[in-house]
Design a protein around this ligand. Structure first.
Ligand code: HEC
Length: 110
């Protein structure tokens, strides 16, 4: 009973309080950042997740939680890209053509 009510409520309450709180990082990026940054790749630039989170909190995001979420996301996207390092990346085609990039698997396992 209480659980059911809580489940019903969390969706509405979370929306009302903080639109960003419940979004997965790829969604956050697509909604708030993709208008200017076409791709999450290359934004972390080898920074640590913590310093990146500070930067994001100062400049953009609505709270420390979403800043941290986004920072981990940006870092993990770069890590995944470096791990792949496909030769195709050099072929002049811009990396950020897709609007809603998928996070690599490591995002959820923080
Ligand atoms: C209104 C446009 C705009 C939006 C929206 C925006 N940014 Fe930026 N961002 C910029 C500009 C302009 C710079 C400065 C680029 C530079 O200095 O080369 C920047 C710089 C950055 C940097 C530093 C890059 C560097 O070169 O050091 C990061 C990281 C970053 N943005 C992440 C984000 C994230 C994450 C979001 C979403 C929460 C976001 N940005 C939303 C315009 C935007």
């Amino acid at each position: 009973m209480a659980v059911g009510a809580a489940v019903l409520l969390t969706g509405a309450v979370a929306r009302a309080q903080n639109l960003d709180a419940e979004k997965p990082p790829a969604r956050l990026f697509a909604d708030s950042c993709a208008s200017c940054h076409r791709s999450p790749r290359g934004l972390a630039k080898g920074r640590f997740t913590l310093t990146l989170a500070w930067f994001l909190r100062d400049h953009y995001t609505s709270g420390p939680d979403s800043a941290k979420t986004l920072a981990s996301y940006l870092v993990s996207v770069d890590d995944a890209a470096a791990a792949k390092a496909r030769p195709a990346a050099k072929s002049g085609k811009p990396a950020g053509t897709s609007r809603a990039p998928r996070p690599p698997a490591s995002v959820t396992g923080r």
